[in-house]
Design a protein around this ligand. Sequence first.
Ligand SMILES: [Fe+2]
Length: 405
Amino acid sequence: MGAQSESPTPMGNILSSMAAQADKALQDKELSMDLPIVDVDVFRTKPRDSPEVLAECKKAANALITYGALVLHDSRVSEDDNTTFLDLLEDYFAQPEEDLKKDERPELGYQIGVTLENTEKPKCAVDEPCLQVIERLAPSERPLDIKAHAPDPKCRFFWRMVEKPPYETEFPGLNAPNIVPDAEQIHDRWESVMDKWGNTLKNAVSDISGMAAIGLGLPAEAFVEAGKYGPHLLAPTASNLNRYGKKDSILAGFHTDLNFLTIHGRSRYPGLHIWARNTGKRIPVKIPPGKHLLVQAGKQLEHLTGGLIKAGYHEVVVNEATIGVIERRKKELPDRPLVRISSTFFYHLSSDYLLSPNEILAEQARKIREEQYKLGRDEGEEVEYPSMKVGQQVQNELKHIALMA
Ligand SMILES: [Fe+2]
């Protein structure tokens, strides 16, 4: 059953109180630049109907509406697992290109294995509504210029973490088997390290999905059920900072993610900027140390909520802070590869799930749009969210970013 068809009785109350909170936040011109921190432990350990859980769930939903992003705290996160993961991925991407090429699968739209640098283009560079988003930003808050339309100088590995659907999928290409790299020093530890860190991210993002659903007035399981057989991907990206370590290098140009929610662990190098929908400000991301992760909304969540939650724009660039860490690591760890790894996990809805906006949330989105307009914040032309299978939506998006013919 689709989340969009659910309409529980308490929704009206929850929605109107949530809407009041969201409206208040939107009217506050000086929104905090610090992302709200949502405590997943509260959701995991307290009774689901307790006021504490409900408040934390509303906080999650409102953060996604206002910022398109949130920081979460989860006591299951281990800093050591993140370190082990980052070390492995630095070693992997430090291999010669001919070894990395063995793990490429262009015929599967690069949706499994490695994507080498200069393959993926930031969609925004050729996408008129996205270019208008940039134009509406104050010049000082704009991303680095992507109009030159060069593909991103970043590599990536896709490691799928899926549950096989108990039905014949219409989109088998997006559900292909994983690739384990050959190199002896990497092969043996690969699977366990990827799965361990991947599961940490998957568990956290799945709980945030539950919390967001409750906060939006939907049943707790609405999103998690819709994503049960999703082609979830642990998708670390790598940027060679020897080659692309100059200030203002674009490692990943301004874009939104095509999936449902994206979750990140702490990178060793700063450089991720996000744009909170309602502040118009560029926010350099700092994930607080110790058991914290960052979550951003993607296109599938935008689609399901009829634009109430917007996919969050972001870029990865070399800024002053990145240079500082490069210099420090060169001195302190001269033998380690100078590679910026981002531990990204893409949480997807199931490929065969029908993506269609929830009418109540879509109505709320229209109200907020009007409020925004009255406050002088033009969100551009109203976006249509036609019903389609998630697999179709993913294929449409991949064509835009040059990963699928
Ligand atoms: Fe992204």
